[in-house]
Design a protein around this ligand. Structure first.
Ligand SMILES: [Zn+2]
Ligand SMILES: [Zn+2]
Ligand SMILES: [Zn+2]
Ligand SMILES: [Zn+2]
Length: 554
């Protein structure tokens, strides 16, 4: 039960409150027990249940039901009242049902949104003769409840992980200050050890200045900025977490209420409709924010990206979907980056000096292209034209590339490096020199706390922590010759088995396969690259032999 966070959601009705706290102290505390003794029939919180001795010691343990038996608690009065209220217009009573929109309406709803609808009927009439398929509703409710819990935990874990990395930064800066002051004092000690009292005046003022300077330097440090950055990054996660808690709480209590109103046609009709509406809303939230939400493929189309000027077969080594619905593909053998319009037709291209191996989005109008020994080439998109920008020359091969919030990750074939966008090397995060192409391509989770690497040589997908620590290794028969790798904005992990002609979705923990999303039967043939476009809700797969496949997904 999501009781822990519910009190923080001010717009939530608390369905069961402790009777004692309410009558004696006028506060609403979520109830954890219900005493079913006829002399009692009261709700109790964890604290008040301890002083509940009215029925003698023997009955104390026997009568109250705990929260796990909430199904045996009576229908909450508040639930009964709130069932009859419009979800959109708080305070307005539900009176009608619009069959056109499958929507419960109050008089305001009808006036504002359903005036032209043909099948608007009075509620009692709409509810008459309708029996609820309680079993199937129950199944989908329970499924949604469990996914919402997982989604909530996921958001909380991300928040925690951001906080840990902030704390680490803070510790480094504070340690730095301490070391500077201590070493300065030590220096003073050796230089003043033989000084008499009269001669101390000058060193003291010098020392004062130096320590002042060290402290000022500390104050100027990035701690404050990082703290603001942390709050900024945590804010959207908090919003989703709170929505999870609120929707879960509502759905759980609707679920509990339905069996108690089965004899009342109007109430049970409303409860089941509200349940379905909640499930729909929850599913949208899960789709956008929970990385283990498995894609369902609804259809596909094939598109040819060959240009008349191409002398070789197009080998699509990378795909990037821009927020405006345009798509960029890199064509290895023809040394080109091509821009496709929303219909996936080539509208523009840009010649690159070396074979483009991989590509990632930097901003909505800029990408970075990795090309082996030639380093990184930035390309900007403006008004359906591509223009080459700056270049980064590197000390090693540049086979895979990924970007996350100003950090550039580059695979050299045997190591993963982190760079700044201006090309400064930050560190080497991971290395495996046991064979070539052990670090082939990479991708980053939206919050930056998971890095994924394709180990082509050993047919593996590796998951690393922010600092490069290996967290998980995944392998599967469908992951033969892994090539393309992509993480969606919700954190879903997509990977191509080049030799096994499969596009897989792997859990964000990098430990298990969630699904084979598309296989040879769907036309997947030597997939090279994969990318999800949230603008068009589709997965785009770059193939060998001039083609891309576009799967519409949910
Ligand atoms: Zn209480
Ligand atoms: Zn009692
Ligand atoms: Zn309304
Ligand atoms: Zn309507």
């Amino acid at each position: 039960m999501a009781t822990s966070g519910i009190s923080r959601n001010s717009d939530v009705v608390m369905y069961y409150c402790c009777t004692i706290c309410k009558t004696e102290r006028s506060v609403e505390i979520d109830a954890d027990f219900y005493c079913e003794n006829e002399k009692c029939l009261k709700y109790f919180c964890r604290t008040c249940i301890n002083s509940h001795r009215q029925h003698g010691w023997w009955f104390y343990k026997k009568y109250p039901y705990g929260k796990d038996k909430i199904r045996k608690w009576p229908l909450s009065k508040k639930m009964e009242t709130s069932l009859l209220i419009c979800i959109i217009h708080k305070g307005e009573k539900l009176t009608m049902f619009c069959r056109d929109h499958n929507h419960l309406c109050c008089s305001k709803c009808v006036e504002l949104n359903h005036r032209r609808c043909l099948q608007v009927t009075l509620l009692p009439q709409a509810a008459r003769g309708k029996s609820i398929d309680f079993k199937s509703l129950s199944v989908s409710t329970e499924n949604t409840l469990s996914q919402m819990k997982q989604c909530q935990t996921y958001q909380e874990d991300r928040m925690k992980s951001l906080k840990v990395s902030y704390k680490e930064h803070e510790r480094l800066i504070v340690d730095g200050l301490r070391v500077n002051i201590v070493s300065y004092l030590r220096e003073c000690e050796t230089s003043t050890v033989n000084t008499t009292h009269e001669h101390m005046q000058y060193p003291i003022s010098e020392m004062r200045e130096e320590i002042k300077y060290l402290l000022a330097d500390f104050e100027k440090s990035t701690i404050k900025e990082k703290k603001e950055e942390l709050n900024l990054k945590q804010a959207p996660l908090k919003v989703v977490r709170n929505s999870c808690i609120r929707l879960h709480y509502e759905l759980f209590h609707l679920h509990v209420a339905i069996p108690k109103v089965l004899g009342k046609p109007e109430l049970s009709f409303i409860a089941s409709k509200k349940c379905l509406e909640n499930i729909q809303q929850s599913n949208i939230l899960i789709k956008e924010n929970f990385p283990n939400h498995v894609f369902t493929v609804n259809g596909k189309s094939v598109h040819n990206v060959k240009m008349p000027s191409d002398s070789d077969t197009c080998w699509i080594t990378a795909v990037c979907a821009l927020p405006n619905g345009q798509v960029l593909v890199s064509d290895f053998d023809n040394n080109k980056v091509k821009l496709l319009n929303q219909q996936y037709q080539v509208v523009s291209h840009c010649d690159v000096s070396a074979r483009p191996r991989d590509m990632c989005i930097i901003t909505p109008t800029e990408v970075a292209v990795a090309s082996n020994i030639h380093g990184v080439q930035f390309i900007t998109v403006s008004q359906s034209q591509l223009a080459k920008g700056r270049k980064l020359k590197l000390q090693h091969r540049c086979i895979g590339i990924a970007h996350n919030q100003g950090d550039l990750y580059i695979c050299s074939g045997t190591a993963l490096f982190k760079f700044t966008l201006s090309g400064e090397l930050v560190c080497r995060l991971y290395e495996d020199s046991s064979a070539d192409l052990t670090v082939y391509s990479c991708a980053v989770s939206p919050t930056g706390d998971r890095l994924y690497i394709i180990n082509w040589y050993y047919n593996k997908l590796l998951t690393l922590a922010r600092d490069g620590t290996l967290l998980a290794t995944f392998t599967d028969p469908a992951l033969g010759g892994p090539y393309g790798l992509h993480v969606t904005p919700a954190g879903q992990v997509l990977v191509c088995g080049h030799l096994s002609h499969t596009v897989l979705q792997v859990g964000w923990e990098g430990q298990s396969k969630l699904a084979n999303l598309a296989t040879e039967e769907d036309g997947v043939w030597y997939p090279e690259s994969v990318c999800y476009s949230s603008t068009t809700s589709s997965i785009i797969v770059g193939l060998w032999e001039d083609k891309i496949l576009v799967f519409r997904v949910e």
